[in-house]
Design a protein around this ligand. Sequence first.
Ligand code: DX5
Ligand code: ZN
Length: 220
Amino acid sequence: AVTPKIAPSMLSSDFANLASEAHRMINYGADWLHMDIMDGHFVPNLTMGAPIIESLRKHTKAYLDCHLMVTNPLDYVESLGKAGASGFTFHVEASKDNWKELIQNIKSQGMKPGVAINPGTSVEEVYPLVESENPVEMVLVMTVEPGFGGQKFMPDMMEKVRILRKKYPSLDIEVDGGLGPSTIDAAASAGANCIVAGSSVFGAPEPAQVISLLRNSVEK
Ligand code: DX5
Ligand code: ZN
């Protein structure tokens, strides 16, 4: 069965106080911590990599949901596995030739493999990865162009979520970008169960209330 996973995006946190920001989110009721890894090449922004995951891992046992917005995801698997990442979600646009090898390597590092799709990429591109003998265990449907927090949710992406949910009733389906109290119902009713939320959680006067609102929307 698909259970809700609410994943605050640490991209919206105070990076200079990452451990306390992580503890704060877990205390507010977060299930996962979403870690946006960007290489300044696949997307026009540069964030964090294995050294920061390794540092944060020393301070928390939380599930670290790593979203790799990088051109060569295979180069990051071993270092992130050793650093203590929990999930490793690569982009389908960056893994055309080597997704089988990637999934294999991600699993041998003890991480959960996921695949992400950009707004301009059609949903059919992930079918082979979900239906493979050694499949991905989550699909991340981007609801903004990747690269930055604080952008506007793209409702047209919900059609992808609906198609995936119908095809794969027990798959983890994550949505990322512009999720918050005003957009969660669209995502939840389409069938998303893993909800990434950056600015709507970190920018709220009471983040715990936003996290529980997101969870209640997925559960109903
Ligand atoms: C965007 C990142 C997101 C981002 C979401 O490229 O993948 O995880 O942090 O931030 P919000 O929720 O503010 O759109
Ligand atoms: Zn993300």
